[in-house]
Design a binder for this molecule. Structure first.
Ligand code: PEP
Ligand code: MN
Length: 354
């Protein structure tokens, strides 16, 4: 697939290209205040959700078409480009009619080939840049399939947004970054611009700066960051929005490394190690959760915590498995002993609690 640059006139093509604005357009005043303050910080592309996909009914579902007039006003008064999320044919038609400059497809839409195809069909014959968020589940082929559908409609200015992937377990992030997926996407489609959305990955304000830095370190092209003038009062995603001042601070602190550096670079490898350690800890937490469930079962069935045959079997099997992965059997046994000890400790708490 061939792609054209999505660089817009007047937007500095240097990294990072920043798209910022509130999660949702709430009122004309809120939109205009955010736009003016972001424009004063040099932000050139404004985002705001007009139609909001909510997990459950009853949440704020967006203001709808009226909000498109507010985006029009943002363009007229600040000169910024404006972007919004589309999920249906009607959204696309209305957004194009209102002169929206960039469309994005949300994670809950990218998962659905029917919905993406409907958007693609509606886009035929138009030349608007489209940013495609990753699907909620970690499925690279589904993500690429959505890109192919939009490309198939003749759209050439396509970019992607990495916003992390849902998972059931308790975790540091709202959505797991699984950086290897956008990295693999870059390998498969080397010319497509990749944005990172640290707001939806992190789900918390304090994670926006480190995630943005990680994205820059992985040579992402841009960032989409949720920014609201009164983040605590936001009608959606309040915990992850930052004020325009904080956004400006975060962007100015970013270290943009020389893209010509190779991946052999040591700091790059260290970052990979950091990410793997995070994954290891999350996996351990998941293992402990299951172990606690086993503890509950043992308690209900009056079974002892220590099931020696099972423990010996685990040690032997894992040691063999480790050896086949070039890990010494001794190391694997030591590691499992430690894990098992912690597991027993957690089950003891369950046994002794009423
Ligand atoms: C959003 O950008 O506000 C949004 C709904 O994002 P996502 O599709 O990534 O959940
Ligand atoms: Mn949001």
């Amino acid at each position: 697939m061939e792609f054209e640059s999505i660089v817009l006139q007047g937007v500095d093509p240097q990294r990072p290209i920043v798209i910022a604005g509130p999660c949702s357009a709430e009122s004309e005043e809120q939109v205009m205040e955010a736009a003016r303050r972001l424009a004063s910080k040099g932000i050139k592309i404004f985002r705001a959700g007009i139609w909001k996909p909510r997990t459950k009914p009853g949440g704020f579902e967006g203001v709808g078409v009226i909000g498109l007039q507010w985006l029009k006003r943002v363009k007229e008064e600040t000169g910024m480009y404006v972007a919004t999320e589309v999920a249906t044919r009607e959204h696309v038609v209305e957004a194009l009619k209102a002169g929206v400059d960039i469309l994005w497809i949300g994670a809950r839409t990218t998962v659905n080939p029917f919905a993406v195809q409907e958007i693609a069909d509606t886009l035929k014959g138009t030349d608007i840049p489209v940013l495609i968020k990753n699907p909620v589940n970690p499925d690279l082929e589904l993500w690429i399939g959505a890109i192919e559908r939009i490309h198939g409609a003749g759209v050439r200015r396509i970019g992607v947004i990495h916003r992390g992937f849902s998972s059931y377990d308790k975790k540091i992030y709202r959505n797991l970054p699984l950086w290897h997926i956008p990295i693999e996407l870059r390998r498969r489609l080397p010319n497509i611009p990749i944005f990172c959305d640290p707001s939806h990955i992190g789900g918390k304000r304090e994670l926006i700066a480190p995630l943005s830095q990680q994205a820059m370190d992985l040579s992402f092209d841009g960032l989409m960051i949720e920014s609201h003038c009164h983040p605590d009062q936001a009608w959606s995603d309040a915990e992850q929005q930052i004020s325009p001042d904080v956004l400006d601070y975060v962007i100015n602190l970013l270290v943009i490394r020389d893209v010509s550096q190779t991946t052999e670079n040591l700091s790059e490898l260290r970052r990979q190690i950091d990410q793997i350690d995070e994954q290891l800890l999350e996996l351990l937490a998941k293992r402990m959760r299951i172990s606690r469930e086993i503890g509950v079962y043992k308690k209900e069935h009056n079974m002892p915590i220590l099931q020696s045959p099972r423990y010996s079997e685990i040690l032997e099997k894992r040691a063999d498995m480790g050896e086949s992965l070039d890990l010494s059997a001794e190391f694997v046994k030591e590691l499992l002993k430690e894990i098992h000890e912690e597991s027993v400790r957690q089950q003891m708490i369950i046994m002794t609690n009423d």
